[in-house]
Write a protein that binds this ligand. Structure first.
Ligand SMILES: O=P(O)(O)OC[C@H]1O[C@H](O[C@H]2O[C@H](CO)[C@@H](O)[C@H](O)[C@H]2O)[C@H](O)[C@@H](O)[C@@H]1O
Length: 269
């Protein structure tokens, strides 16, 4: 028999979460809310997940967030998030709370480092068919999903080599991407910040990529971490794919709705 989308241990954890006074539901975007696709601009949330997130955002004592590596501009473009959903972009460097954006501000040294990062990735991409460079306010992403495996591996190696001496550029490996940023930020910091501003008693965080491990490590006793897909993880729970997150979120709507049927009053976070 096929294993259920929401394993029984995770269901029990969701039942416990649904009963807390103040709950923060934080989801990574690509690979969790939206299935992975060939090009970054083509990603879209699964409609069932987006609907569940909007319902949760309307419940009393409940906050929703997307915690993403994307820039805020790219995240809002592809996710069309419910306005009540809090946004963390650029792996923690950008924030949108109650519709107010807090963009990243770069100093002169960081602007110069960003130019050097752009030049390095652009030069590599120019010689590696199928690769391309995504621009973010504080970083660049070398995408290799459409390149042959050997081309992708060589491109990432060449980009790392060009930047090896730079202590002012932080590199992260993601799913068929090499990310560079001139600002040090992590999803763990993003989740800690959201926990503080929402005064949440418990946090759910779901992620699929290596960079989400910082988020899982920021979880505390009573929180719930869900890894989507394969790979080593610090998360206590695992599901197979974004469709399973849609089912978990629909279940959480039912469970939370039973504890918090009234709607959230409109107010600042
Ligand atoms: O933290 P996330 O919300 O998961 O964002 C991580 C990166 O996601 C995007 O790249 C990934 O998704 C693309 C679309 O499915 C896929 O083509 C790519 O291979 C993936 O790595 C995004 O483009 C990056 O900026 C994000 O940092």
């Amino acid at each position: 028999m096929a294993s259920p989308a929401v394993p029984s241990e995770l269901r029990s954890a969701l039942e416990r979460l649904a009963a807390v006074d103040r709950l923060l539901v934080a989801l990574d975007f690509d690979g969790v809310v939206a299935p992975i696709v060939e090009r970054a601009e083509q990603a879209r949330p699964l409609p069932e997940t987006a609907a569940a997130v909007a319902e949760l955002a309307g419940l009393a004592g409940t906050w929703t967030a997307y915690v993403s590596g994307r820039s805020l501009a790219s995240l809002t473009d592809v996710a069309s998030p419910d306005p009540r959903t809090l946004l963390i972009g650029s792996h923690g460097a950008e924030v949108r709370l109650d519709g107010q954006e807090h963009p990243v501000a770069l100093d002169e040294d960081q602007r110069r480092a960003l130019e050097a990062l752009h030049a390095a990735f652009a030069q590599v991409a120019a010689h590696a068919p199928g690769t391309w460079v995504e621009e973010k306010p504080a970083g660049r992403v070398l995408h290799t999903r459409q390149a042959d495996d050997d081309v992708a591996e060589a491109a990432v190696g060449a980009a790392r080599e060009r930047l090896a001496e730079r202590g002012d550029i932080y590199l992260k490996t993601g799913k068929r991407v090499l990310e560079g940023s001139v600002v040090h930020a992590t999803k763990g910091e993003g989740i800690a910040f959201l926990r503080q501003v929402t005064e949440a008693d418990a946090v759910l965080f779901a992620g699929d990529d290596v960079t989400d491990e910082d988020g899982f490590l920021a979880l505390e006793a009573g929180d719930v971490g869900i890894k989507v897909g394969d790979g080593e993880t610090a998360a206590a729970f695992r599901v197979r794919e974004p469709g399973d997150i849609a089912e978990a979120m629909a279940l959480l709507v039912l469970l939370r709705g039973a504890h918090r049927p009234e709607h959230r009053a409109e107010r600042a976070t």
